[in-house]
Design a protein around this ligand. Structure first.
Ligand code: ADP
Ligand code: XUL
Length: 530
C-alpha cells in the first residue's frame, strides 16, 4: 500500500484527498469550507468583503484553524495518517503571508497540546494576507515596470507584465504603506509555501509553478530576478525563501503533525505549488496538447507549453509546469462569483440554473449580450462597476443565465488566441464543471467536445500526485490511474453552434471595446499605465 496526501487551500475552502497509488483509488476526500465551517471569521467566501479601493485580503488565522479542523475531522471518521508516505499541496496563487523574524523557531517549537492558530497568532507581521482577487496595486505595478525598463521587460523576465494581484506589487504596497511592518518581516511566503512550511516545521522553498506568479522570479533562470527584487522593495532578497523545482522534498513531517494528528515520523513533505499548476498535473495535462478550463471561484484556461510564449496583449501568463518546462494561463476573475450573482438574482439553485441555460434560450441569445463583470475584471483589465447589458430590457432568468455564460466564454475565447493552440477537446475542472448547461455553452463557443474527469478536484488530486511523483512514482502511470475522462459525460457542440458563435464573438468584442474604452483600465497592460 502506498498512500499520499494532497491538500488544496483555495479561496473558499481547504480540502484533502488521500490516494492509494498502487490501487489507483481515492481513499479519503474531505473539505472545510471557510464561510460555513468557520463563520466566526466573517469571511463567507473566504476573504474580507469590506476591503476598499480594490483591496481583497483574507485572515491567515482562519487558514491555520481550518487545517487543524480538517485533519481532526478526518481522524474522527477513522482516517489513519500513520500510513501516509508523502504530503504536498496546492494553494490559491499569488496570495502572500508576512511573518515576523523568528518564524522558523516558532515552527520548530510547536506543541501538540495547543492549536496552530493559538501558537502562531502573533507570528504575523501583517495581520491579513492579500489574495489573488486584490486589484489595489496599479500604482505599484507602474513603479516596478518603470524601474526595470517598462512592461515588456517585466514580461520577458517574469512571464507576465506587472499585475495587480501578483505578489511583487502587493509586497511593494506593504513596503510603502507600512514600513515598520515590512521591516519586522523575516520571511514572506505564498499561501502554498506557507502551508508547506507548517508541514515541514521550517521555512521551505517556493516552487517554480507558483513562484512565476509573483513578478519576481526570472522564468528562464528559475531563481529570483535581482532587478525585479530591487525594483519591488528594499531588502526584499533577504525576506524571500529559495525558489525550487516542484518535486523538491523538504524533509520529514514536523513533530506537531506526528504527535497531534498521528502522522508517521517518516512521512516525507514535498514543496507545494499553485492551484492552477497542480490542476495541470491532476488533469493529466502535464504534456503539451490538452487545454483545460477550470471553473472555480475564478475561471482559468491553461495548458502545458512546449516553449514559453508570452501574450502580446499582456493578459496571459507563463508559469512553471510542475512536471518541468512551462504552462500558459489566462485568469478571469468573474467566474463562479458572477454565475452565483445571477443564480441569486433569480433565486435559482444550480439545477434550475442548468435547466435555464440548457433549454430555454437560443444560441446567441437573440443578440442580447452581457459583460459579466460583477467584480473588477482581470482579463481584460476593466472596472465597469458591475455587469453591462447590450440593452435595458426586462431580463428573464433564462436570458440572463445565457447572457452571463455567453459573456464569460466569448470573453475567454477572444482572449486565448495568443496561445496558438487549436484544441480538439477541452477538459473541464472546478466546482462548476459538473454543470452540463455551462459545459454545453463551452462546447458550443469553442466548437469542440468537452470532457470531465472520473475523479473531480484536480488541484487536490494533482497535489497528491506531485507528492507521489517526488517519491519516485511515474507521472504517466499516475495520470492513467487518476486523470481518466469519465465515460458517458462528453458534451459535444450542437450543430451550427460554432459558426454562430464565431459571428457573435466579433460583435461581442466590439461591444467590449466600446464599453471598456471609457474606463481608465481599458488599455493593454503592455502599454505604460496611465
Ligand atoms: P475554489 O477552488 O476557487 O474555492 P471550486 O473549484 O471549489 O472553487 O468551486 C466552487 C464554486 O463552484 C462555488 O462557489 C460554486 O459557485 C460553484 N459550483 C458548485 N456547484 C456548481 C454547479 N452545480 N453548477 C455551477 N456552479 C457550481
Ligand atoms: C491565477 C489566479 C487564480 C487563483 C485562484 O492567476 O489568480 O486562478 O489561483 O485560486
Amino acid at each position: 500500500m502506498s498512500l499520499v496526501l494532497g491538500l488544496d487551500s483555495s479561496t473558499q475552502s481547504l480540502s484533502a484527498v488521500i490516494l492509494d497509488t498502487a490501487k489507483g483509488t481515492v481513499v479519503a476526500d474531505h473539505a472545510v469550507n471557510f464561510g460555513k465551517d468557520l463563520p466566526q471569521y466573517e469571511q463567507p467566501h473566504g476573504y474580507d468583503e469590506s476591503g476598499v479601493r480594490g483591496e481583497v485580503h483574507a485572515n491567515p488565522l482562519m487558514w491555520l484553524e481550518a487545517l487543524d479542523l480538517l485533519l481532526g475531522r478526518m481522524k474522527e471518521v477513522g482516517v489513519d495518517f500513520s500510513q501516509i508516505t508523502a504530503v504536498s499541496g496546492s494553494g490559491q496563487q499569488h496570495g502572500s503571508v508576512y511573518l515576523k523574524k523568528g518564524f522558523e523557531d516558532r515552527l520548530a517549537g510547536l506543541s501538540p497540546d495547543r492549536s496552530l492558530k493559538d501558537q502562531l497568532a502573533d507570528a504575523f507581521s501583517r495581520a491579513s494576507a492579500p489574495i489573488w482577487m486584490d486589484s489595489s496595486t496599479t500604482a505599484e505595478c507602474a513603479e516596478i515596470a518603470d524601474a526595470v525598463g517598462g512592461p515588456a521587460v517585466v514580461c520577458a523576465k517574469s512571464g507576465s507584465v506587472a499585475v495587480e494581484r501578483f505578489t511583487g506589487p502587493q509586497i511593494r504596497k506593504f513596503f510603502k504603506e507600512d514600513p515598520e511592518g515590512y521591516a519586522n518581516t523575516g520571511v514572506i511566503h505564498l499561501v502554498s509555501s506557507f502551508f508547506a512550511s507548517l508541514f515541514a516545521g521550517k521555512s521551505v522553498a517556493i516552487d517554480h509553478g507558483d513562484g512565476a506568479g509573483m513578478n519576481l522570479m526570472n522564468l528562464a533562470a528559475g531563481g529570483w530576478d535581482d532587478d525585479l527584487v530591487a525594483a519591488t522593495a528594499d531588502g526584499l532578497g533577504a525576506k524571500l525563501p529559495q525558489c525550487a523545482p516542484s518535486h523538491t522534498r523538504c524533509g520529514p513531517v514536523a513533530r506537531y503533525f506526528v504527535e497531534k494528528h498521528g502522522f508517521s515520523p517518516d512521512c516525507a513533505t514535498v514543496v507545494w505549488s499553485g492551484d492552477n499548476p497542480c490542476s495541470l498535473i491532476g488533469m493529466g495535462a502535464a504534456q503539451p496538447g490538452k487545454v483545460v478550463i477550470s471553473l472555480g471561484t475564478s475561471d482559468t484556461l491553461f495548458a502545458a507549453m512546449p516553449e514559453p510564449r508570452t501574450d502580446p496583449k499582456g493578459f496571459g501568463h507563463v508559469f512553471g509546469n510542475p512536471a518541468g518546462g512551462y504552462m500558459s494561463l489566462i485568469c478571469f476573475k468573474n467566474g463562479s462569483l458572477a454565475r452565483e450573482a445571477v443564480k441569486e438574482e433569480f433565486s435559482l439553485d444550480w439545477s434550475a440554473f442548468e435547466r435555464e441555460s440548457l433549454a430555454k434560450s437560443p444560441i446567441g441569445n437573440g443578440g442580447f449580450k452581457m459583460l459579466p463583470f460583477y467584480e473588477p475584471e482581470i482579463t481584460p483589465a476593466v472596472d465597469t462597476g458591475g455587469p453591462v447589458f447590450s440593452d435595458q430590457r426586462e431580463r428573464s432568468p433564462h436570458e440572463t443565465v445565457r447572457a452571463v455564460l455567453e459573456g464569460q466564454f466569448l470573453n475567454m475565447k477572444g482572449h486565448s488566441d495568443w496561445l496558438g493552440v487549436d484544441p480538439e477537446r477541452i477538459y473541464l475542472t472546478g466546482g462548476a464543471s459538473e454543470n452540463d448547461g455551462i459545459a454545453q455553452v463551452i462546447a458550443n463557443v469553442f466548437g469542440v467536445p468537452v470532457e470531465r474527469l472520473e475523479v473531480p478536484g484536480s488541484a487536490t488530486i494533482g497535489a497528491a500526485m506531485r507528492a507521489a511523483h517526488a517519491l519516485g512514482d511515474d507521472l504517466r502511470d499516475l495520470e492513467s490511474k487518476f486523470s481518466r475522462p469519465k465515460e458517458g459525460r462528453t458534451i459535444s457542440p450542437q450543430a451550427g453552434a460554432k459558426e454562430r458563435y464565431d459571428e457573435s464573438l466579433k460583435s461581442f468584442m466590439v461591444f467590449l471595446a466600446d464599453v471598456t474604452s471609457g474606463t481608465s483600465k481599458g488599455h493593454s497592460p503592455l502599454m505604460p499605465r496611465p
